[in-house]
Design a protein around this ligand. Structure first.
Ligand SMILES: NC(=O)c1ccc[n+]([C@@H]2O[C@H](COP(=O)([O-])OP(=O)(O)OC[C@H]3O[C@@H](n4cnc5c(N)ncnc54)[C@H](OP(=O)(O)O)[C@@H]3O)[C@@H](O)[C@H]2O)c1
Length: 277
């Protein structure tokens, strides 16, 4: 296979125990012989992942902790330094999507949890590990935001706000570290993963979402392609591209149209959002 800048590198990947993060970790290990330090909470998921990797399992190590705990990130960085492990990059992929509901029905503690998991965890991880990563000859930071940061979807106020914060933060990093590090902002549309586990119905029962969404492996392939080419902005899926295009040209119309389509679809997935409209 053609040589790429990714070959043989060491990456820290949060959310590597499942879904998109696991898919990216697997690609980097199998296609590029990368070493991956996976972060997640559930050890059993990592044990299964290791078993799936077979002889490549030696390239995966993992730490189980809650990404919202800044001290855990500081301890990780200290341990890597102590053990002489030099990460070349970090991919922040851990995230949660709470059940779709109106902003005013969302408890403050849920907004805080979503923001800590989807945004602050990335600030903590980058602040703690960048001093090590910056010593690499190819330093890299990849933050997985969402199409929800391109155009807000009604019923996802906290999620969209946290992913928008991550988008702005990453855009600042892209320009502040230009010439020093590769920084990328990833904005996928709907992908079929376990992230929908908090919803009141399976997404497979929703024809609209099923048609709009991508199989997780396609999202992973697109992220892998983008990172390989050092793209700083990776938008994935027809839904994400449409949101990006229309919101930039007609923001008010697009927001209204998204609401109309979701309300008109009468999907169980959005019943809490439109219950008394
Ligand atoms: N799927 C989509 O449609 C979609 C669309 C746009 C953006 N995204 C973004 O893509 C990323 C990956 O999502 P996914 O679809 O792959 O979801 P997923 O299958 O649910 O995976 C989420 C990962 O995040 C980890 N995680 C969550 N909270 C954590 C915490 N507090 N501490 C440590 N690890 C935590 C989970 O680990 P444990 O289970 O071990 O806790 C798991 O590995 C997320 O940031 C999500 O917002 C997804």
């Amino acid at each position: 296979m053609k040589k790429t800048w990714l070959d043989g590198k060491t990456f820290i990947i949060s959310g590597a125990s499942s879904g998109i993060g696991k898919g990216i970790a697997e690609k980097l290990i199998i296609k590029h012989g990368c070493k991956v330090i996976g972060i997640g909470r559930n050890e059993n998921k990592f044990i299964d992942f290791s078993a799936k990797l077979g002889e490549n399992a030696k390239l995966l190590t993992y730490r189980t902790f809650d990404v919202t705990d800044e001290n855990e990130w500081k301890n990780l960085a200290k341990d890597l330094e102590k053990d002489g492990i030099r990460p070349d990059g970090i991919i922040n992929c851990a995230g949660i999507l709470p059940r779709f509901k109106k902003a005013l029905d969302t408890e403050t503690e849920d907004v805080i949890k979503v923001t800590e998991t989807n945004f602050f965890s990335c600030v903590y991880s980058i602040n703690a590990t960048y001093p090590l990563i910056s010593r690499s000859d190819t330093p890299a930071i990849v933050n997985v935001s969402s199409a929800a940061a391109l155009a807000t979807i009604v019923g996802t106020s906290a999620y969209s706000a946290a992913k928008s914060a991550l988008k702005s933060y990453t855009e600042a990093l892209i320009y502040e570290l230009k010439g020093k590090a590769y920084v990328s902002l990833v904005m996928p549309g709907f992908a079929r993963t376990d992230i929908f586990r908090s919803q009141n119905t399976s997404i497979d029962e929703n024809k609209l979402i099923k048609n709009l969404s991508m199989p997780a492996y396609k999202t992973v392939n697109a992220i892998h392609r983008g990172i390989k080419r050092k793209k700083t902005r990776i938008i994935i899926g027809k839904d994400a591209h449409a949101m990006n295009f229309f919101y930039r040209l007609f923001p008010k119309f697009t927001m209204g149209a998204i609401k109309k389509v979701l309300k008109g679809s009468k999907l169980k997935l959005f019943e809490d959002v439109f219950c008394d409209d």
